[in-house]
Design a protein around this ligand. Structure first.
Ligand SMILES: NC(=O)c1ccc[n+]([C@@H]2O[C@H](COP(=O)([O-])OP(=O)(O)OC[C@H]3O[C@@H](n4cnc5c(N)ncnc54)[C@H](OP(=O)(O)O)[C@@H]3O)[C@@H](O)[C@H]2O)c1
Length: 288
């Protein structure tokens, strides 16, 4: 895809995968609108990218967890006469916690940022792209989209939404000049784990540059979806298709369950079955 002279809006551009998206798009000649809450980081990145690559880089500070955040952002950009040709819906966060112990307000914010803002921005900017018969929507899902994710139940569900939504739009827009792609990274070396918690990591982390290069290659070949991170992630995301759903959920729980909780579960099962928690019984509980 030719990015020269196109304007890309990147949400979550203040760090991690979003910041790398911004840099790679600037390198390819795209002008930018950088969106996140961290005004200082966005301003520093905008200065750096316009100095290094000679592109226009605008900043729009927005909290995408706020109701009507997307409408407010679009109104702001309209007032500055900034047309959006490429939308990268990247902002998002996760939280590792059993649902009954998770903060309800954090979960509500997660749904607003990961899902509602992404849908709203797509609904706002896709019609203009279709009218012009060119453009791209790149939505950041996750390998978490392909199976339930116990202990990150809401996060996994938001990413399953993003994947389903994006694949549906890919089919709706086929035959037009607009590309729609979901990217599904596995564990990636970013600040994500500062908020989600270290237990959220599955497999080795890869650099965000690898994720973004794979994403832009997928956009080039008009792919609906790309899973980044090699053969392990390919297996992780394809194996569940063939297995019974309960089996997949139990395997996912076994992978994600933190050590402390494993003990708790095995003790509880001990109470129910008359078994005492012991390494052998714990293993049995995990096999159940
Ligand atoms: N890292 C991984 O292992 C991994 C794996 C699969 C998928 N992903 C997905 O990749 C995307 C980017 O995450 P990352 O790994 O790059 O993590 P990150 O470094 O923590 O970046 C998250 C970005 O989202 C922005 N953001 C968070 N809440 C926001 C809000 N309320 N309003 C506006 N912006 C907000 C943050 O900016 P501010 O804090 O400045 O607002 C930041 O720029 C997310 O959708 C994540 O789910 C990550």
């Amino acid at each position: 895809m030719n990015y020269k002279g196109q304007r890309a809006l990147v949400t979550g551009a203040s760090s991690g995968i979003g910041a790398v998206f911004a840099r790679e798009l600037a390198r390819r000649g795209a002008d930018l609108v950088l969106v996140a809450r961290s005004a200082d980081k966005l301003a520093a990145l905008a200065d750096e990218l316009s100095a290094s690559f000679g592109v226009a880089a605008d900043v729009a500070v927005a909290d995408l967890a706020a109701p009507s955040a997307a409408d407010g952002l679009a109104a702001d950009l309209r007032s500055r006469d900034l047309q959006i040709d490429i939308l990268v819906n990247n902002a998002g966060f996760g939280l590792f916690a059993q649902l009954d112990q998770a903060d309800a307000a954090v979960l509500a914010d997660m749904i607003r940022v990961n899902v509602a803002a992404l849908v709203d921005l797509t609904r706002l900017y896709l019609p203009g792209m279709l009218d012009r018969d060119r453009g791209a929507v790149i939505n950041v899902a996750s390998t978490a989209a392909f199976q339930p994710v116990p202990y990150m139940a809401v996060y996994g569900a938001t990413k399953a939404f993003v994947l389903s939504f994006t694949e549906a739009l890919w089919a709706e827009t086929r035959g037009t000049g607009v590309r729609v792609t979901a990217i599904c990274p596995g564990s990636t070396e970013t600040s994500f784990f500062d908020i989600a918690g270290e237990n959220a990591q599955v497999g080795q982390r890869i650099p965000p540059q690898r994720v973004v290069h794979a994403a832009l290659r997928a956009v080039d070949r008009r792919a609906s979806t790309t899973v980044t991170g090699g053969a392990g992630n390919w297996l992780l995301t394809n194996a569940p298709r063939l297995a019974p759903r309960q089996f997949v959920a139990r395997m996912a729980a076994r992978t994600m369950r933190p050590a402390k909780s494993r003990e708790h579960v095995s003790q509880k099962r001990g109470q129910h079955t008359g078994l005492q928690a012991s390494p052998e019984n714990t293993k049995q509980a995990l096999r159940d």
